[in-house]
Design a protein around this ligand. Structure first.
Ligand SMILES: NC(=O)c1ccc[n+]([C@@H]2O[C@H](COP(=O)([O-])OP(=O)(O)OC[C@H]3O[C@@H](n4cnc5c(N)ncnc54)[C@H](OP(=O)(O)O)[C@@H]3O)[C@@H](O)[C@H]2O)c1
Length: 207
């Protein structure tokens, strides 16, 4: 059982919280305005900084443009924790050749354990890990710290998805680049946000 802080109370936060709660984890939502947010059943809602206090794992689910500042302001609290970064830089960052997860890790500094995950997972599929075709959806993730990736894999499996370990930090930019592509494909497929990427014939380590 992990103590998970989810930063942000929007669509991704609301998609992640129920599955992690159902799997027996403690979930605390960190919001800029806790009084204005209704927490999902079983979750606690508090300020961003307070949510970090007892967390083992921190899932970042706020707009990309605010992540670096959040990570810098809370670097001491984030250091050593598994930080799952779901934020999407979209096309903005690609030209400078550095991933969003790397920016987050740099802002935390020494001891950062950032894993990029859920980047190309549409929020509405977070509670539907099995797609309309009956196939279990993949969540691809990458990050420098192998133990942090293992913990992330377990949390992805707890939501019902198939975790796909994409390796080290150097591959996080690939995950960022998939996002404009999945949005384009979604538009071409009718815009219902039910599509997701899958690796064929990849061993499923979680059953
Ligand atoms: N939507 C998707 O399908 C999807 C898929 C994969 C990844 N993502 C990424 O996940 C992140 C969250 O997306 P979302 O769809 O959940 O967005 P959202 O519904 O707009 O929710 C974002 C939450 O972030 C907080 N927030 C808003 N403005 C902020 C600011 N200026 N500074 C700090 N916090 C702020 C708010 O929570 P509080 O008011 O409680 O602080 C808000 O509820 C984004 O980076 C997005 O790129 C989204």
């Amino acid at each position: 059982m992990a103590n998970i802080a989810i930063i942000g109370s929007g669509r991704i936060s609301n998609g992640l919280a129920p599955g992690w709660l159902a799997a027996g984890h403690n979930v605390t939502i960190g919001s800029r305005d806790p009084s204005g947010v209704e927490a999902p059943d079983g979750a606690t809602i508090t300020s961003q900084s307070e949510s970090l206090r007892n967390a083992d794992v921190v899932a970042i689910a706020i707009p990309y443009g605010n992540v670096e500042g959040f990570a810098r302001d809370n670097a001491d609290a984030l250091r050593g924790k598994v930080v799952i970064d779901a934020s999407n830089p979209m096309r903005g960052l690609v030209n400078v050749g550095i991933s969003g997860a790397q920016v987050t890790a740099n802002a935390i500094g020494e001891g950062a354990r950032v894993v990029a995950a859920f980047k190309a997972t549409f929020f509405n599929t977070l509670t539907e890990p099995v797609g309309p075709s009956g196939q279990r959806r993949d969540v691809w993730f990458a990050g420098e710290d192998e133990a942090a990736r293992e913990i992330t894999a377990g949390l992805i499996a707890d939501l019902g998805f198939r975790p796909i370990d994409c390796g080290g930090m150097e591959n996080t930019i690939c995950l960022d680049l998939l996002v404009p592509l999945v949005i384009e494909l979604n538009g071409r497929a009718g815009g219902e946000r039910v599509i997701s990427f899958s690796v064929l014939d990849h061993p499923d380590t979680t059953g």
